[in-house]
Design a protein around this ligand. Structure first.
Ligand code: ATP
Length: 420
């Protein structure tokens, strides 16, 4: 059996999930907390549940791994109806990560991560190497973190261990219930980026509950906006929800600033970065001066020995330079990577005196520059493309409706004819 071999299995990528008429009425409650929810989540997709407090997001999520037993309805994962299977068997298919990590305080990091593999009977050696692999995957040094207790970790590190634990038995489905709700905004941003990176690698099917619509836009392939009793108000891509909200309830949820939120959906790598004149810190002073004098730009970017952005150098700085560049120019304080959203880039450009920011690669090396003009052009193009798409979508719907009405009328005419 696969659980008892030492052979590393090929990683399990996502399985599709089907919820069929799922209802939950808590004992003693007059009304259901979740009522007749049907939805299909495709394999490898990240779907985010958002909606007002108490609308039933967590109840819906917890029914998928049967932490909460449905009152009626069915749950299918892949080809299997899991509504009645042994919950331990279900844990192999479904990883679960929650707010404030949910780690057991009396167990070490390694013991926490090993929990499900042990429970389902993996041999010790396989579990041990899996723990190391998982720590590596979530960016924690196994040597340093293996034997620590949860209280010896920061909030962000605890969340990482929580995600490592959820993924340890390599389940095709990952449920995440506000996993980043309890950490500060900067750590949350990093954890979101990490999750995007992980998902590029792993292709799990992820269901994720959040209160934060910006988080939903950033992480979701599709977003389910839920109203009371988990009734689906709209289930669509972030772009479609932002540009074409189904009704006032959804518009209210999207909130103000849809155009700004749209910037979260596009990354620096998707827009043209511009080339900027550069020079190396070890280049002879004379050649740097020549380049600055000759260039069309009034400025160049000085790179350090690892080709990382170091200083912005203007022509007017030359006067101060004399023999050395030590006191000339302005240190580069902010850069963005190609994975940064346009919103991050805009933020950096707006806070920069000269309205531009350097873009860097994986090791911090210079790639190019994004400036206000590039951003403005791209944002206009994006919004225009969204608008055209929404109009097209509207036309399609109208045509479908017209077609249906016509068929109904033809049906009526035929029916009327035969009766005559
Ligand atoms: N164990 C329980 N017993 C009785 N009622 C419950 C129980 N758990 C949740 N509820 C009720 O079910 C409804 C849905 O709760 P649920 O936690 O699923 O909502 P939610 O959308 O996740 O809320 P939030 O965003 O505030 O976490 C709420 O009215 C809640 O009070």
């Amino acid at each position: 059996m696969p659980e008892t071999t030492d052979q590393p299995a090929a990683p399990a990528s996502g399985a599709n999930i089907r919820l069929e008429n799922l209802t939950k009425t808590y004992p003693g409650s007059p009304a259901p907390a979740v009522e007749d929810v049907s939805m299909e989540i495709k394999a490898g997709e990240t779907v985010i549940f958002v909606g007002p407090s108490g609308c039933g997001k967590s109840t819906t999520l917890k029914m998928i791994n049967r932490l909460i037993e449905p009152t009626s309805g069915r749950i299918r994962i892949g080809d299997e109806d899991v509504t009645d299977i042994d919950p331990v068997k279900l844990r192999r298919k479904v990883g679960y990560a929650i707010q404030a990590s949910g780690l057991f305080p009396h167990m070490t990091v390694a013991q926490n991560i090993a929990l499900v593999p042990k429970m389902i009977g993996w041999p010790k050696s396989r579990t041990r190497s899996r723990v190391e692999e998982m720590l590596d995957l979530v960016g924690l040094d196994p040597g340093e973190f293996h034997d620590r207790y949860p209280r010896q970790l920061s909030g962000g590190q605890q969340q990482r261990v929580g995600v490592a634990r959820a993924l340890a038995a390599d389940p095709p489905v990952l449920l995440m219930d506000e996993p980043f709700g309890a950490v500060d905004p900067i750590t949350r941003d990093h954890l979101q980026d990490e999750l995007i990176r992980l998902q590029h690698e792993l292709h799990k099917t992820i269901c994720f509950v959040t209160h934060d619509f910006d988080e939903a836009i950033k992480l979701g392939d599709r977003i389910a906006v839920l109203r009371e009793r988990s009734h689906i108000a709209q289930f669509d891509t972030p772009e479609a929800i932002l540009t074409n909200p189904a009704d006032d309830f959804v518009s209210g949820f999207v909130g103000a600033g849809a155009a700004l939120k749209r910037l979260n959906l596009t990354r620096v790598r998707d827009v043209g970065v511009v080339d900027f004149p550069t020079a190396g810190i070890d280049d002879p002073l004379e050649s740097i001066f020549d380049r600055l004098r000759a260039g069309a730009q009034n400025e160049l970017l000085l790179l350090d020995r690892n080709r990382r952005p170091y200083k912005w150098l203007r022509r007017s700085d030359l006067a101060r330079a004399k023999e050395t560049l030590a006191r000339a120019g302005t240190l580069v304080t902010d850069t963005v990577t190609r994975d940064a959203t346009l919103r991050d880039a805009l933020e950096a450009v707006l806070t920069d005196n000269a309205g531009r920011v350097a873009v860097t690669g994986r090791r911090g090396e210079y790639i190019g520059v994004v400036d206000m003009e590039t951003l403005m052009n791209n944002v206009h193009e994006l919004l225009e493309a969204d608008r055209l798409e929404a109009v097209e979508h509207q036309h399609e719907l109208q045509e479908q409706r017209a077609h249906l009405t016509q068929r109904e009328q033809e049906g009526l005419d035929e029916g009327g004819g035969s009766r005559a």
